[in-house]
Design a protein around this ligand. Structure first.
Ligand code: FE2
Length: 227
């Protein structure tokens, strides 16, 4: 899918180019994909997200996708491809769903970790605020739509702030789907799979989402991606 590949590479956030998102473990050729390190300590997001949740999420779930992908692509045409090329090459192909799902979940999780930071939230940087005002009317309206979309995603999935052309938009994706494959440029994401919040919030997804937006969301990361 050369066209799709071109779209994805054009919209790939500058700080998530292949070298960052698709580190190769050259010491073990049967396990080419590795989990990029967390950008903070596992307890850095407490009390909003506990170290217990981050530990399971990063070391079990995220790593599980990495391990699965390595097994699924071994000896196939995808074995030596970058994560992005695997995602674009398998998107929408039912017979490749397992490879797509695991590859996209690796990408999504790496992007999610960077979408949060300790002592995040608050007022976005002026350049991002300006874009939010232009697209949503205000920062609060943008946050409200992001929260509403995150809470209303039926079942597992993701809520995203994206750049679509020169306009900011909020979109949701189900399961492993990622807006990259539809030509939109992801700026930040909130994981609304139950494994992201259930240990801390049980069924209260709205409390998790609002706490993330108020206290952890990394607006600087979104602005870097929009530039
Ligand atoms: Fe997750």
């Amino acid at each position: 899918m050369p066209q799709l590949n071109a779209i994805v590479m054009r919209h790939l956030p500058a700080n998530l180019k292949e070298t960052d998102m698709n580190k190769k473990d050259t010491s073990n050729s049967s396990s080419p994909h590795v989990s990029p390190p967390l950008p903070y300590a596992e307890n850095a997001l407490e009390p909003v997200i506990t170290a217990n949740t981050i530990g399971f999420h990063y070391r079990k779930h995220h790593k599980g996708y990495v391990d699965n992908l390595n097994k699924l692509v071994a000896g196939t045409e995808y074995a030596d491809l970058s994560l992005e090329k695997i995602i674009t090459g398998t998107a929408g192909r039912k017979e490749k769903a397992a490879i797509f799902n695991n590859a996209a979940q690796i990408w999504n999780h790496t992007f999610y970790w960077k979408s949060m930071r300790s002592k995040g939230g608050g007022e976005p940087p002026a350049a991002l605020k300006q874009k939010m005002d232009a697209s949503f009317g205000s920062v609060d309206a943008c946050k409200k739509e992001l929260a509403s979309v995150a809470v209303s995603q039926f079942g597992s999935g993701w809520a995203w702030l994206v750049l679509d052309g020169d306009k900011l938009k909020i979109v949701k994706t189900a399961n492993a789907d990622v807006p990259l494959t539809t030509g939109m440029k992801p700026l930040l994401t909130v994981d609304v799979w139950e494994h992201a919040y259930y240990l801390d919030y049980q069924n209260r997804r709205a409390d998790y989402v609002n706490a993330v937006l108020d206290k952890l969301i990394n607006w600087e990361f979104a602005l870097q991606n929009a530039s």
